[in-house]
Design a binder for this molecule. Structure first.
Ligand code: ZN
Length: 182
């Protein structure tokens, strides 16, 4: 039985686990040794944003999408926390990743709420996790400097408002890839 190979699976609903394993088999997908390559907070910039659906169990209340990859499978699979744990063979590890994402979301909230120092009318400064951040307001856009390096886009778009500039600064100084290194 697979439960013996999955760390922290003792408390799982056996029918749920069996359904997940059956689904992987239907897909012709590997049953274990998946790796999480990214976690996406679907409510990162919008607290009322639509939640996501787990591709493995169909649960529709997923806020943190764990993106799973396997060298023997042709595409990534996006799932919730527990399904991610099943796929990688370690529920505790997936839960720890989820916990870190929740903490990061809290840090982002307080980061956005905190006041910036404003030495000039067009210049905003702040430190976060040891990084020096400066946001410069140009006539039609914002430039974000982190440790002296300039960044002009957020999610692929030119930064047009201060909030997007602050989001970009947070992303650069508190990256999801740090959450992934468990
Ligand atoms: Zn699921």
């Amino acid at each position: 039985m697979y439960t013996t190979n999955i760390q922290g699976a003792e408390e799982l609903d056996k029918r749920y686990l069996a359904r997940c394993i059956r689904k992987l088999k239907e897909w012709g997908a590997p049953l274990d040794h998946w790796e999480c390559i990214d976690v996406i907070d679907v409510r990162e910039d919008d607290e009322d944003g639509t939640l996501s659906e787990c591709e493995l169990c169909g649960c529709a209340n997923v806020r943190y999408e764990h993106v799973m990859i396997h060298e023997l499978y042709f595409e990534t699979v996006t799932v919730g926390c527990i399904c991610a744990g099943i796929m990688e063979g370690d529920i505790l590890r997936a839960k720890e990743r989820e916990r870190r994402m929740r903490n990061r979301a809290k840090r982002k909230k307080s980061f956005i709420a905190k006041k910036w120092s404003q030495p000039e009318w067009d210049t905003y400064r702040r430190q976060h996790r040891g990084h020096e951040i400066m946001i410069l307001q140009n006539p039609e856009s914002y430039a974000v400097y982190v440790d002296g390096q300039v960044h002009l886009t957020y999610k692929g778009e030119v930064i047009r408002d201060f909030l997007s500039a602050a989001y970009r600064a947070f992303e650069l100084t508190d990256p999801v890839k740090e959450v992934l290194t468990i």
